[in-house]
Design a protein around this ligand. Structure first.
Ligand code: NAD
Length: 297
């Protein structure tokens, strides 16, 4: 029987466990607060930001909501980040991407105080992760580590293949899986758009993480017998539904399920974990900044 990994349930457990830490911080006068910054009129970005704020509010994490006109100068965005950096009541800063073309996203990421960088995209936080002493872990790969742990999968000694080398998913995922720490210790192959013989690399994996942004890139023929398959992809494809589309992953679920021992669905797999781990990082940020120790799940 293939196990369908329930990301909603694991994320709900993490949120429940985080509640105690958030309450302890609030009791100590150190309630975590996340600032979201939106510089876009894209409805999807607006939805993501409001979901993140709702997630925070459900746990009693404070929110700040900053919105800028999409045609405002880049300096306005950098000033907002500076003000949030200087505000002792703000523990985490998240600038929703994508930002408009006239803004250099790299400048924005580098402007965020690394202590408040709950996305963990600042080069200092990337460097610490690669060096093996992460301050914050990026939400999606960290969430995948938690999902594997909840499924009883210990990557130690396993062959893991990661498809995709983006700075937000693939590359940090490969790093985390290869770190000498719990949830790591795997032998990692990192594949990307120039990889030759992709199927050979995916088929040999005990753990296969796919984050390529290509619907159905990996099908059952590319999955090894008994592999644990984590599908990160979220793709809208035309479909005969009320909305006119459906969400599918980068893995062809039906055929991959026949080979996998465990597999994440889309939606309901990795997505909820990404959201939960943002709350986790924001709670950790408040704990660090206020010097109040709490137990994180
Ligand atoms: P990206 O476009 O930045 O990176 C895609 C990567 O896949 C690139 O490194 C590219 O080299 C590789 N790739 C593309 N085609 C390939 C091919 N044919 N063979 C091998 N490698 C190939 O994407 P991203 O930001 O890493 O996101 C990947 C997917 O995950 C997207 O669908 C995105 O929407 C989704 N996503 C989901 C979550 C979540 O919480 N579930 C979070 C982040 C991203």
């Amino acid at each position: 029987m293939t196990s369908i990994i329930d990301g909603e349930a694991v994320a709900a457990d993490i949120r429940d466990d985080l509640q105690g830490a958030v309450d302890d911080l609030a009791d100590a006068g150190a309630r975590p607060t996340l600032a979201t910054v939106l510089m876009s009129e894209d409805p999807a970005s607006e939805t993501y930001v409001s979901m993140k704020q709702r997630d925070c509010e459900e746990l009693g994490i404070g929110t700040r909501d900053v919105e800028l006109d999409a045609d405002a100068p880049a300096s306005d965005l950098l000033e907002v980040v500076d003000d949030l950096n200087a505000d002792p009541d703000v523990n985490g800063i998240l600038v929703q991407s994508p930002v408009p073309d006239h803004v250099d996203y790299r400048d924005v990421v580098e402007a965020i105080d690394p202590e408040k960088d709950v996305d963990a995209f600042h080069p200092e936080n990337v460097g610490r992760l690669v060096a093996g002493y992460p301050r914050y872990k990026p939400c999606t790969p960290h969430g995948i580590q938690k999902l594997l742990a909840a499924e009883g999968v210990d990557p130690e000694g396993m062959d893991a293949t990661v498809v995709g080398r983006s700075r937000i998913v693939g590359r940090p995922m490969a790093n985390l899986l290869s770190l000498k720490e719990d949830g790591g210790n795997a032998t990692v192959t990192l594949c990307h758009s120039r990889t030759e013989n992709l199927a050979e690399k995916t088929r040999s994996a005990d753990i296969l993480v796919v984050a390529a942004d290509v619907p159905g890139l990996v099908d059952g023929d590319m999955v090894g017998e008994g592999a644990v398959v984590v599908d990160v992809g979220i793709n809208r494809v035309d479909a005969d539904t009320e909305k006119g589309y459906e969400l599918v992953g980068d893995v062809d679920f039906e055929s991959a399920k026949e080979k996998a021992s465990a597999i994440t669905p889309v939606p309901g797999g990795v997505g909820p974990m990404t959201r939960a781990m943002l709350l986790w990082n924001t709670t950790k940020a408040a704990s660090r900044q206020h010097g109040v120790d709490v137990t994180l799940p």
